[in-house]
Design a protein around this ligand. Sequence first.
Ligand SMILES: [Zn+2]
Length: 423
Amino acid sequence: MANGYDVNWVMNITDVGHLVSDEDDGEDKMEKGARREGKTAWEVADFYTQDFVQSLDLLNISVPRENLKKATDAIPEQIQLVQTLEQKGYTYVIDDGVYFDTTKLDDYGKLGKIDLTALRAGERVAFNEQKRATTDFALWKFTPKGQKRDMEWDSPWGRGFPGWHIECSALAMKHLAETIDIHAGGIDHIPVHHTNEIAQSEAATGKPFANTWVHSNFLTVDGVKLSKSLGNSYTLHDLINKGFHSLDYRFFALQSHYRTQANFTWDGLEAARVRRHTLCSLADIRYQDAAIRVDVASLEGLYTDMLTALSDDLDTPAALALLSQLDSLLDGSQSHDHPSARSDDGLTAVLKKIENLLGIGLLDGPDISDEQKSLLSDRAKARADKNWGKSDQIRDTLNDQGVEIRDTDHGQIWSRSLPPTAG
Ligand SMILES: [Zn+2]
C-alpha cells in the first residue's frame, strides 16, 4: 500500500472445523473449548475473534474489517466446492466424512516438496483405515452418530461440518478470485494445510491457486518452542500487565525478518522498549520551541531508503537499522543560521510517512502541557537572568513530572523520561 497498490485483502476466521490434531482426527477445538468453558461453540468463537481483533489493533496491525470473513458464513460455498470436486471425481465417502483423494493429483505436495513415497509408506499410529492414502484429507465431516454439535449443517452427504482446509479455498474464491496474488500464513501450514488448499482449489478450477506464498517463521521463548505444557507462552495482555506497551512488542518483532525464527526474551523486549522510547523522544523534536533546524530533505531520503528495504521481501530489520539515522538527524544539535526558522510542517509530515511504514507509535506522544510550557519559559527567563537556583528548581519540578531538560546552544530541549516497568 505504501507503494501505491490498491490491495483487496481478505482475512479469514476459522470458527469451525479446526480439530485438535492438525489431521482429521480428534475433537473440534471450538466445541471442546465451549464444553470446558460452559458456553456454546458460537460464544467461544465470538470471544476469541474479538480478542484477536483487539490484539491486532493494539499491535497496530491493520485489520481488513469489511473483509474479515468467518468460515461459518460461507457454508453453502464450501458445500458447493465439495460438490464440484465430487463431480470431477476427486472425492470418496467413508464412515466419518467426505475425503479428497490426493492420489488423483500428479503434483500433490508441490508447495512443501513433500516426499510422498516416504510419507505414504510410513503408517501412522492413528491412521484412519478407511482412508485410501495417508495424505487424503476431509472435505466434510459427519457429526458422530448419537451426538449433537453446536455447529452443524445439512449437506448432500449428511449432517456435519466442513473440513478445516475447505474454508480457505471457498472464502478466497468467494471474496477474491480463483487465482489470488498473495496467500499468507505460518510455515507450519506448508506441509498439510496449504498443501491441501492448493490440491482442492486447483483440482476444482484447473487454475493456480496463489501466485505467491508468504510464510512467517516461528517465535521461540528463551530458545524453546512455545508449548502449553512448558507454560512458556505469554499473551499480549501479560506483557502489558508487566508495564510494556503493546508496540514495544511490535518493535521487538520487527527486529527479526519474518522468514527467520525469532527468539523472545524479556531482556530483548526491554531493549526494544528502551529503543522505541528513544526514537519517540527524538520525534518529540517537532514540538520543541528551541530554534532547531532539522534537515527535512535527509529525512525524506531516509524514508525512501526504508521503503526500498521493506519493498525487498519486507526487510524490517534493515528498515529499523536505517532508523538509527534519526539519532543524528533529530537530536537538535545541528547548527542553525536563522533562529526564527524552527521546525516546520515538513518535519511532521515526513515523520508521519516514516511512522506509516513501521507503525511503532513514533508520533503517539502528546505535546507537554501548557503549564509545563510556561514553566519552561519561566526557566529560560531565569537562566537569562542568571538565576540558577530558580532554573534548577523548575528543572526538578519538570523532572518529577517525567520531563527531562537539556540545555543546548539553541535553547532548552525537553524529552520524556523512560517510565519504569512493573518488574
Ligand atoms: Zn488456510
